[in-house]
Write a protein that binds this ligand. Structure first.
Ligand code: SF4
Length: 147
């Protein structure tokens, strides 16, 4: 778990040093299947801090998923804010009906995959090296790294 721990620890250090008063303002929210580190309950805003120096679509989908789960648990009207301390940038995130449909379909596809008796074709990608799930993933057994 060293790989995962390092990635998580680095993000935690950046969050704590960049936003030292944050824990007093926002709530840590355990949703059961996901945990939101900084939730502004008063304004219903999910804050997600990224250590990355690149804004990525996957970051947006992470926050959209949090908003989606909040809705399922009765919190309507939440939005998100991605924060990139290294870039000194933020990006607002909202959840559209098209996003909801995409997430429903994706969750369905994942459930189908997980319950299948057949393992899908595996490919190790460059992104796997920084993935928090690397230790649990079959791709860790593969030799080559493709871009
Ligand atoms: S294939 Fe596995 S290690 Fe690579 S990004 Fe996906 S979950 Fe992470």
């Amino acid at each position: 778990m060293e790989h995962t721990s390092d990635v998580v620890a680095e993000g935690k250090v950046i969050s704590e040093t960049t936003y030292s008063r944050r824990s007093a303002q926002y709530t840590e929210l355990d949703l059961g299947i996901a945990k939101i580190d900084f939730y502004d309950a008063k304004n219903k805003v999910v804050h997600e801090v990224k250590k990355s120096n690149k804004m990525e679509g996957a970051h947006e989908w992470q926050v959209k998923y949090y908003i989606f789960i909040l809705e399922q648990q009765g919190v309507v009207g939440a939005t998100g804010l991605l924060e990139y301390p290294k870039l000194k940038k933020t990006k607002e995130v909202t959840l559209s009906e098209t996003d909801r449909e995409f997430l429903r379909q994706t969750i369905h596809d994942i459930q189908t995959l997980v319950s299948s008796d057949n393992c899908p074709d595996l490919q190790k990608k460059t992104i796997c090296k920084s993935c928090s799930y690397f230790e649990f993933c079959w791709s860790g057994e593969l030799e080559s790294v493709e871009g």
